[in-house]
Design a protein around this ligand. Sequence first.
Ligand code: 6PG
Length: 252
Amino acid sequence: MTIIVNYNNTKQQMNTKTTIKASATQVAEAFIEHWLELLKQSKDDFHVALSGGSTPKLLFQLIKEDHLEQFPWERIHFWWGDERMVPPNNDESNFKWAFELLIRHTNFPMKNLHRILGEMPAENEQLRFTAEMITKMPVENGAPVFDLVILGLGTDGHTASIFPDRMDLFNTENISALVNHPESGQQRVTLSGLTINNSKNVAFLVTGNSKKDRVKEIFSHDQISKSYPATHVNPENGELTWWLDEAAALML
Ligand code: 6PG
């Protein structure tokens, strides 16, 4: 069952379109259709930042299995919203899963692959990645303009690798940051809130029972939600969409 709801985000007085589907597979399928619609809106290069974690793995698998021919791979540029500073063949690598589950199965031009080099010294890589975004993407308002940023939601309210202890990344002129995972200490390079909110389209894909409380708090504008980085994702001149399964939307 599809439910389209529009929530007025009090901070931005903007509508946020939310689609709720019965299952994670149906969420991914609906989002694929949305992504294809966005692609149809222009004939130019399309810069997309992929999210990490487990949620997008189903999306990658479904595109590979049922939609490979529909995507104009020649004009898509793959970036990442964040990356763990590990080698690209490490199971922790966000690049690894996107490549293994999808990219290697397409005729995507590898010159358009802009992975964060997790195997490199983190400080240097953050600077290199920042320079690559600035030189290879349109820049407005002091940040690159992604056509689409795909995000997940952590159970602590983080998104990309902007964790609750780094809310400063929503009030910075930096377009990326080097952070440490608050529990494991793992080094990560992440887009900053400035860059995420500079995008034309931002889409949260959130599924599963473990996210239902955070989703409810964010959508209800509960006081606690102000401490969640995900709450502060509001593309100033773009569209924000949420894609939820019924388990994650259970408390809405
Ligand atoms: C990462 C992600 C992170 C992820 C959320 C949700 O590198 O881990 O970018 O922001 O999207 O933690 O992760 P799951 O999809 O695994 O629930």
